[in-house]
Design a protein around this ligand. Structure first.
Ligand code: FES
Length: 349
Protein backbone atom coordinates (compact mmCIF):
# COMPACT_ATOMS: atom_id res chain seq x y z
CA UNK A 1 0.00 0.00 0.00
CA UNK A 2 1.22 3.50 -0.79
CA UNK A 3 1.87 6.40 1.52
CA UNK A 4 -0.60 9.26 1.71
CA UNK A 5 0.33 12.77 2.77
CA UNK A 6 -2.25 14.87 4.58
CA UNK A 7 -2.40 17.67 7.12
CA UNK A 8 -3.90 17.24 10.56
CA UNK A 9 -4.10 20.33 12.75
CA UNK A 10 -1.50 21.99 10.54
CA UNK A 11 0.95 19.10 10.89
CA UNK A 12 2.07 17.19 7.80
CA UNK A 13 1.32 13.51 8.39
CA UNK A 14 2.40 10.49 6.32
CA UNK A 15 -0.07 7.63 6.58
CA UNK A 16 -0.50 4.31 4.87
CA UNK A 17 -3.36 4.11 2.39
CA UNK A 18 -6.35 2.42 4.01
CA UNK A 19 -5.78 3.83 7.49
CA UNK A 20 -8.52 5.85 9.14
CA UNK A 21 -8.05 9.47 10.13
CA UNK A 22 -8.17 8.37 13.77
CA UNK A 23 -5.31 5.92 13.22
CA UNK A 24 -3.28 8.44 11.20
CA UNK A 25 -3.72 11.09 13.91
CA UNK A 26 -2.82 8.57 16.64
CA UNK A 27 0.38 7.54 14.87
CA UNK A 28 1.33 11.23 14.55
CA UNK A 29 0.78 11.76 18.29
CA UNK A 30 -2.42 13.78 17.85
CA UNK A 31 -5.13 12.86 20.34
CA UNK A 32 -8.72 12.52 19.14
CA UNK A 33 -11.23 11.43 21.80
CA UNK A 34 -12.85 8.11 20.92
CA UNK A 35 -14.97 5.64 22.85
CA UNK A 36 -16.18 3.00 20.43
CA UNK A 37 -13.13 2.64 18.19
CA UNK A 38 -10.63 -0.15 18.76
CA UNK A 39 -7.68 -1.12 16.58
CA UNK A 40 -8.64 -4.81 16.81
CA UNK A 41 -12.25 -4.23 15.68
CA UNK A 42 -13.95 -3.13 12.51
CA UNK A 43 -14.81 0.63 12.41
CA UNK A 44 -18.17 1.22 14.04
CA UNK A 45 -18.86 4.96 14.23
CA UNK A 46 -21.25 4.76 17.16
CA UNK A 47 -20.16 7.27 19.79
CA UNK A 48 -19.39 10.19 17.41
CA UNK A 49 -16.78 11.61 19.80
CA UNK A 50 -14.04 11.29 17.19
CA UNK A 51 -15.64 13.83 14.85
CA UNK A 52 -13.36 16.07 12.79
CA UNK A 53 -13.69 18.69 10.07
CA UNK A 54 -12.24 18.06 6.63
CA UNK A 55 -11.57 21.09 4.44
CA UNK A 56 -13.96 21.16 1.49
CA UNK A 57 -16.32 18.60 3.03
CA UNK A 58 -19.65 19.62 4.54
CA UNK A 59 -20.41 18.76 8.14
CA UNK A 60 -18.54 16.75 10.74
CA UNK A 61 -17.09 13.30 10.09
CA UNK A 62 -16.30 10.38 12.36
CA UNK A 63 -12.53 10.01 12.05
CA UNK A 64 -12.73 6.32 12.99
CA UNK A 65 -14.71 5.50 9.84
CA UNK A 66 -13.12 8.01 7.42
CA UNK A 67 -10.11 6.80 5.45
CA UNK A 68 -7.12 9.04 4.74
CA UNK A 69 -6.81 10.46 1.25
CA UNK A 70 -4.10 12.45 -0.50
CA UNK A 71 -4.00 16.16 0.31
CA UNK A 72 -6.72 16.06 3.00
CA UNK A 73 -6.70 18.96 5.44
CA UNK A 74 -8.19 17.91 8.76
CA UNK A 75 -9.02 19.77 11.95
CA UNK A 76 -9.54 17.76 15.13
CA UNK A 77 -10.77 20.71 17.18
CA UNK A 78 -12.86 23.83 16.56
CA UNK A 79 -15.62 25.59 18.47
CA UNK A 80 -18.24 23.46 16.67
CA UNK A 81 -16.40 20.15 17.26
CA UNK A 82 -15.73 21.01 20.90
CA UNK A 83 -19.33 21.94 21.57
CA UNK A 84 -20.72 18.77 19.93
CA UNK A 85 -18.29 16.58 21.86
CA UNK A 86 -19.12 18.35 25.12
CA UNK A 87 -22.82 17.80 24.52
CA UNK A 88 -22.26 14.11 23.80
CA UNK A 89 -20.34 13.63 27.05
CA UNK A 90 -22.90 15.66 29.02
CA UNK A 91 -25.65 13.40 27.65
CA UNK A 92 -23.72 10.34 28.82
CA UNK A 93 -23.27 11.92 32.24
CA UNK A 94 -26.97 12.75 32.39
CA UNK A 95 -27.64 9.03 32.09
CA UNK A 96 -25.86 8.32 35.33
CA UNK A 97 -22.22 8.17 34.25
CA UNK A 98 -20.50 10.39 36.75
CA UNK A 99 -19.97 8.54 40.03
CA UNK A 100 -16.34 7.80 39.30
CA UNK A 101 -14.98 7.38 42.82
CA UNK A 102 -16.90 4.18 43.47
CA UNK A 103 -16.51 2.79 39.95
CA UNK A 104 -14.29 -0.28 39.48
CA UNK A 105 -12.84 1.38 36.36
CA UNK A 106 -11.82 4.56 38.18
CA UNK A 107 -8.56 5.93 36.71
CA UNK A 108 -8.48 3.47 33.83
CA UNK A 109 -11.81 4.60 32.35
CA UNK A 110 -11.88 5.88 28.77
CA UNK A 111 -14.90 8.07 29.48
CA UNK A 112 -12.98 9.78 32.29
CA UNK A 113 -10.11 10.46 29.89
CA UNK A 114 -12.46 11.85 27.25
CA UNK A 115 -14.28 13.98 29.84
CA UNK A 116 -10.98 15.42 31.04
CA UNK A 117 -10.33 16.48 27.43
CA UNK A 118 -13.74 17.95 26.54
CA UNK A 119 -14.50 19.44 30.00
CA UNK A 120 -18.28 18.84 30.21
CA UNK A 121 -20.51 21.02 32.39
CA UNK A 122 -22.59 19.40 35.04
CA UNK A 123 -26.38 19.46 35.11
CA UNK A 124 -27.17 20.84 31.63
CA UNK A 125 -29.29 17.77 30.85
CA UNK A 126 -31.51 15.64 32.96
CA UNK A 127 -31.65 12.01 31.84
CA UNK A 128 -33.23 8.80 32.97
CA UNK A 129 -31.26 7.26 35.84
CA UNK A 130 -30.75 3.67 34.73
CA UNK A 131 -31.83 1.03 37.22
CA UNK A 132 -30.75 -2.24 35.68
CA UNK A 133 -30.18 -5.15 38.06
CA UNK A 134 -26.57 -6.35 38.08
CA UNK A 135 -25.87 -9.66 36.42
CA UNK A 136 -23.49 -11.37 38.82
CA UNK A 137 -24.23 -14.88 37.62
CA UNK A 138 -20.86 -15.23 35.90
CA UNK A 139 -18.25 -16.65 38.31
CA UNK A 140 -15.58 -14.12 37.32
CA UNK A 141 -17.10 -10.84 36.24
CA UNK A 142 -20.15 -8.64 36.72
CA UNK A 143 -22.27 -6.88 34.11
CA UNK A 144 -23.46 -3.53 35.46
CA UNK A 145 -25.59 -2.05 32.70
CA UNK A 146 -26.01 1.14 34.73
CA UNK A 147 -22.45 2.06 33.81
CA UNK A 148 -22.67 0.96 30.16
CA UNK A 149 -22.26 3.59 27.42
CA UNK A 150 -23.49 1.23 24.67
CA UNK A 151 -20.29 1.52 22.64
CA UNK A 152 -20.81 -2.10 21.61
CA UNK A 153 -17.14 -3.04 22.06
CA UNK A 154 -17.99 -6.10 24.14
CA UNK A 155 -20.52 -7.29 21.56
CA UNK A 156 -18.16 -6.74 18.64
CA UNK A 157 -15.23 -8.32 20.51
CA UNK A 158 -17.20 -11.48 21.18
CA UNK A 159 -18.32 -11.51 17.55
CA UNK A 160 -15.22 -10.40 15.61
CA UNK A 161 -12.40 -11.69 17.82
CA UNK A 162 -13.84 -14.66 19.69
CA UNK A 163 -16.32 -15.61 16.92
CA UNK A 164 -18.82 -16.64 19.60
CA UNK A 165 -21.48 -13.91 19.52
CA UNK A 166 -22.58 -14.65 23.07
CA UNK A 167 -23.56 -10.97 23.52
CA UNK A 168 -25.69 -8.51 21.62
CA UNK A 169 -27.44 -5.18 22.08
CA UNK A 170 -31.06 -5.95 22.89
CA UNK A 171 -34.22 -3.78 23.06
CA UNK A 172 -34.48 -0.17 21.84
CA UNK A 173 -34.13 3.43 22.99
CA UNK A 174 -33.62 3.85 26.74
CA UNK A 175 -34.24 0.13 27.13
CA UNK A 176 -31.20 -0.80 25.01
CA UNK A 177 -28.78 -3.00 26.87
CA UNK A 178 -25.98 -5.50 26.42
CA UNK A 179 -27.50 -8.90 26.71
CA UNK A 180 -26.20 -12.46 26.75
CA UNK A 181 -28.09 -14.61 24.27
CA UNK A 182 -31.87 -14.66 24.84
CA UNK A 183 -31.49 -12.16 27.71
CA UNK A 184 -30.80 -14.95 30.15
CA UNK A 185 -28.41 -14.78 33.10
CA UNK A 186 -24.86 -14.60 31.78
CA UNK A 187 -23.82 -17.91 33.26
CA UNK A 188 -26.53 -19.71 31.29
CA UNK A 189 -25.44 -18.24 27.95
CA UNK A 190 -22.93 -19.77 25.51
CA UNK A 191 -20.18 -17.50 26.92
CA UNK A 192 -16.88 -19.35 27.47
CA UNK A 193 -15.64 -16.88 30.11
CA UNK A 194 -12.58 -15.77 28.14
CA UNK A 195 -13.05 -12.28 29.62
CA UNK A 196 -12.13 -10.55 26.36
CA UNK A 197 -15.27 -8.38 26.64
CA UNK A 198 -14.19 -7.31 30.13
CA UNK A 199 -10.73 -6.43 28.83
CA UNK A 200 -12.21 -4.27 26.06
CA UNK A 201 -14.90 -2.50 28.15
CA UNK A 202 -13.82 1.17 28.18
CA UNK A 203 -15.82 1.93 31.35
CA UNK A 204 -16.84 -0.04 34.44
CA UNK A 205 -19.81 -1.89 32.92
CA UNK A 206 -18.12 -5.30 32.73
CA UNK A 207 -15.55 -5.78 35.45
CA UNK A 208 -13.70 -8.60 37.09
CA UNK A 209 -14.94 -8.91 40.66
CA UNK A 210 -11.48 -9.69 42.02
CA UNK A 211 -10.47 -6.15 41.00
CA UNK A 212 -12.76 -4.77 43.71
CA UNK A 213 -10.07 -5.74 46.23
CA UNK A 214 -8.00 -2.83 44.96
CA UNK A 215 -6.12 -1.59 41.93
CA UNK A 216 -2.78 -3.16 41.04
CA UNK A 217 0.36 -1.18 41.80
CA UNK A 218 2.70 -2.95 39.37
CA UNK A 219 2.67 -5.38 36.47
CA UNK A 220 5.15 -7.98 35.25
CA UNK A 221 5.37 -9.31 31.71
CA UNK A 222 5.47 -13.09 31.55
CA UNK A 223 4.17 -16.22 29.76
CA UNK A 224 1.08 -18.14 30.82
CA UNK A 225 2.02 -21.39 32.56
CA UNK A 226 -1.18 -23.30 31.84
CA UNK A 227 -0.54 -25.00 28.51
CA UNK A 228 1.95 -25.31 25.69
CA UNK A 229 0.55 -22.42 23.59
CA UNK A 230 2.64 -19.90 25.52
CA UNK A 231 0.35 -16.86 25.55
CA UNK A 232 1.93 -13.60 26.66
CA UNK A 233 0.41 -11.86 29.65
CA UNK A 234 1.04 -9.32 32.37
CA UNK A 235 0.61 -10.33 36.01
CA UNK A 236 -0.92 -7.39 37.88
CA UNK A 237 0.29 -7.19 41.45
CA UNK A 238 -0.47 -5.24 44.57
CA UNK A 239 2.31 -5.68 47.10
CA UNK A 240 3.11 -9.39 47.00
CA UNK A 241 -0.35 -10.44 45.81
CA UNK A 242 -1.35 -11.20 42.23
CA UNK A 243 -4.63 -9.30 41.76
CA UNK A 244 -5.23 -9.65 38.03
CA UNK A 245 -3.99 -10.62 34.61
CA UNK A 246 -4.09 -8.85 31.29
CA UNK A 247 -3.17 -10.23 27.87
CA UNK A 248 0.01 -8.96 26.22
CA UNK A 249 -1.06 -7.31 22.95
CA UNK A 250 2.55 -7.36 21.68
CA UNK A 251 2.87 -11.14 22.00
CA UNK A 252 2.56 -12.70 18.51
CA UNK A 253 1.10 -15.92 19.93
CA UNK A 254 -2.09 -14.49 21.42
CA UNK A 255 -2.07 -10.76 20.51
CA UNK A 256 -3.65 -9.90 23.86
CA UNK A 257 -6.26 -12.66 23.90
CA UNK A 258 -6.44 -15.17 26.75
CA UNK A 259 -8.60 -18.15 27.66
CA UNK A 260 -10.53 -18.43 30.92
CA UNK A 261 -7.65 -20.21 32.68
CA UNK A 262 -5.01 -17.71 31.60
CA UNK A 263 -7.10 -14.68 32.50
CA UNK A 264 -8.84 -15.77 35.68
CA UNK A 265 -7.03 -18.87 36.94
CA UNK A 266 -4.52 -17.09 39.16
CA UNK A 267 -6.20 -17.36 42.58
CA UNK A 268 -4.17 -20.49 43.42
CA UNK A 269 -1.04 -18.32 43.58
CA UNK A 270 -2.17 -16.62 46.79
CA UNK A 271 -4.18 -19.53 48.15
CA UNK A 272 -3.35 -20.25 51.81
CA UNK A 273 -3.43 -24.03 51.17
CA UNK A 274 -0.99 -23.88 48.27
CA UNK A 275 2.00 -26.19 48.77
CA UNK A 276 5.19 -24.17 48.89
CA UNK A 277 7.59 -26.90 50.06
CA UNK A 278 7.82 -30.68 49.43
CA UNK A 279 5.97 -33.12 51.70
CA UNK A 280 7.28 -36.62 52.50
CA UNK A 281 4.84 -39.27 53.67
CA UNK A 282 5.83 -40.77 57.00
CA UNK A 283 3.38 -43.44 58.10
CA UNK A 284 -0.06 -41.98 57.53
CA UNK A 285 0.90 -38.32 57.52
CA UNK A 286 2.82 -35.89 55.32
CA UNK A 287 5.80 -34.09 56.79
CA UNK A 288 7.34 -30.93 55.34
CA UNK A 289 10.87 -31.40 54.05
CA UNK A 290 13.59 -29.57 52.16
CA UNK A 291 14.02 -30.01 48.40
CA UNK A 292 17.36 -31.81 49.03
CA UNK A 293 15.67 -34.38 51.29
CA UNK A 294 12.80 -34.90 48.85
CA UNK A 295 15.04 -35.26 45.77
CA UNK A 296 17.41 -37.64 47.60
CA UNK A 297 14.44 -39.82 48.55
CA UNK A 298 13.08 -39.87 44.99
CA UNK A 299 16.51 -40.75 43.52
CA UNK A 300 17.04 -43.52 46.06
CA UNK A 301 13.60 -45.07 45.54
CA UNK A 302 13.84 -44.90 41.73
CA UNK A 303 17.20 -46.72 41.87
CA UNK A 304 15.75 -49.35 44.20
CA UNK A 305 12.67 -49.93 42.01
CA UNK A 306 14.76 -50.14 38.84
CA UNK A 307 17.13 -52.65 40.49
CA UNK A 308 14.32 -54.77 41.90
CA UNK A 309 11.76 -54.69 39.03
CA UNK A 310 13.62 -53.35 35.97
CA UNK A 311 13.22 -49.99 34.15
CA UNK A 312 9.82 -50.95 32.68
CA UNK A 313 8.36 -50.69 36.18
CA UNK A 314 8.85 -46.92 36.07
CA UNK A 315 6.87 -44.32 34.07
CA UNK A 316 7.47 -40.58 33.78
CA UNK A 317 4.70 -38.01 33.39
CA UNK A 318 5.87 -34.58 32.18
CA UNK A 319 4.03 -31.31 32.74
CA UNK A 320 2.60 -28.63 30.47
CA UNK A 321 3.57 -26.12 33.12
CA UNK A 322 7.25 -26.84 32.40
CA UNK A 323 9.15 -25.30 29.50
CA UNK A 324 9.96 -27.17 26.28
CA UNK A 325 13.56 -27.47 27.44
CA UNK A 326 12.52 -28.96 30.78
CA UNK A 327 10.22 -31.43 29.03
CA UNK A 328 13.06 -32.37 26.67
CA UNK A 329 15.24 -33.07 29.70
CA UNK A 330 12.61 -35.22 31.40
CA UNK A 331 12.22 -37.47 28.35
CA UNK A 332 16.02 -37.72 28.24
CA UNK A 333 15.92 -38.67 31.90
CA UNK A 334 13.33 -41.40 31.19
CA UNK A 335 15.15 -42.84 28.19
CA UNK A 336 18.83 -42.35 29.04
CA UNK A 337 18.85 -42.54 32.84
CA UNK A 338 15.93 -44.82 33.72
CA UNK A 339 16.16 -46.77 30.44
CA UNK A 340 12.47 -46.92 29.47
CA UNK A 341 10.14 -45.28 26.94
CA UNK A 342 7.28 -44.90 29.43
CA UNK A 343 6.91 -41.16 29.05
CA UNK A 344 3.76 -39.09 28.66
CA UNK A 345 2.63 -35.52 29.00
CA UNK A 346 -0.45 -33.83 30.44
CA UNK A 347 -0.98 -31.30 27.59
CA UNK A 348 -4.10 -32.82 26.09
CA UNK A 349 -6.15 -29.65 25.56
FE1 FES B 1 -15.44 7.17 16.20
FE2 FES B 1 -16.83 6.34 18.32
S1 FES B 1 -14.71 6.48 18.09
S2 FES B 1 -17.56 7.17 16.46
Amino acid sequence: MGEITLKIDGKTVEAEEGLTLLQAAGSAGIYIPALCADGDLEPYGGCRLCIVEVEGWAGLHASCTTKVSEGMVVRTTSSLIDSVRRTLVELLMANGHGDCLTCPANQRCELQKVAAYVMPQEGRFRGVEPAHPWDESNPFFTLDMNRCILCGKCVRTCDEIQFLHALDLAYRGYETKVSPDFDQPWVESICENCGQCEAKCPVGAIYERARLEGAPSAETRTICAYCGVGCGLYLLTRGERVVGVRGDPENPVNEGRLCVKGRFGYDFINHPERLTSPLIKEGSRFVESTWEEALDLVARRLSEIKKEHGPEAIAVLASAKATNEENYLIQKFARAVIGCNNIDHCARL
